[in-house]
Design a protein around this ligand. Sequence first.
Ligand code: SAM
Length: 195
Amino acid sequence: MSIEENRQYWNSLTAYNEALSKMGFSAREPELTKFFSTRLNPNQRILDLGVGVGVVYKLLKNFISPTKYLGADISETMLKHCKENTNDEILLVLLTSSCLPFLENYFDVIICYSVFTHLDSPTGDSLLGEIQRVLKIGGKAYISIIEKEASGGDYKTFFIHKTGEFQKSLETRGFKIMSQTKISGEPQTLIEVEK
Ligand SMILES: C[S@@+](CC[C@H](N)C(=O)[O-])C[C@H]1O[C@@H](n2cnc3c(N)ncnc32)[C@H](O)[C@@H]1O
């Protein structure tokens, strides 16, 4: 989907529970908490790009600094749910275009979980360029993609990447791939890259 289609889709999920169920998070929570607990610390300036209702923040809040954590999203509705869910603990930014309203080399870490899984190729490519721009040199980005549909899932709104294709785009943009982790219970692969 394009940015505009995404905005309409995520804005249409007006109830918190409906939005949360579309993200299907519960199975992966312990695994993601463990993954990030060894990689994040309170000194890092973190961008949660496509913050949704704030589930990732809730998993990380014990080992990062809330004042250095910023959530951004294109959907007003998701940000409204996120604000309620996180009790105003973090700064939230509404994105109005494919350009990120941040300085270059600004963030130590960018997390983009289950977002590229909803972007068509041109939209994803332009967002990747923006991630490259606003991430510090030596900074890390964590981006999840789906390369293969799990049988029986509802993947109508998902973008399935061809195997290895997204990794090539990352390398073309100058990112170094540090690790690739299959998240159990769902078909996502979490790719860790360094700028
Ligand atoms: C499946 S939800 C994931 C939310 C959150 N990352 C999580 O894992 O709990 C996808 C989110 O990405 C947002 N989104 C979609 N396209 C985006 C874009 N181009 N830039 C920023 N956020 C986007 C949607 O509005 C939605 O909140």
